[in-house]
Design a protein around this ligand. Structure first.
Ligand SMILES: [Cu+2]
Length: 69
């Protein structure tokens, strides 16, 4: 299972690392690929994770999830 997150506020590799780590720390997340130029993160999941969990984790890292698909 895969979800694509659209993320606001990332501007450099440091932001990518922060978002990557925040997402990797969520139980059920198998892998994370953050694309800075597209402002997107693709997460691969072991099991479904509620959208709110992603939003909260990214928000706590200092960024915003605008959309999840
Ligand atoms: Cu940055």
């Amino acid at each position: 299972m895969e979800k694509k997150l659209y993320i606001d506020g990332m501007s450099c590799q440091h932001c990518v690392n922060r978002v990557t780590k925040a997402l990797e720390d969520i139980p059920g997340v198998k892998s994370v690929k953050v694309d800075l130029s597209e402002n997107q993160a693709v997460v691969e999941l072991d099991h479904d994770v509620d959208d709110e969990v992603f939003k909260t984790a990214v928000y706590d890292a200092g960024y915003d999830v605008t959309h999840i698909e």
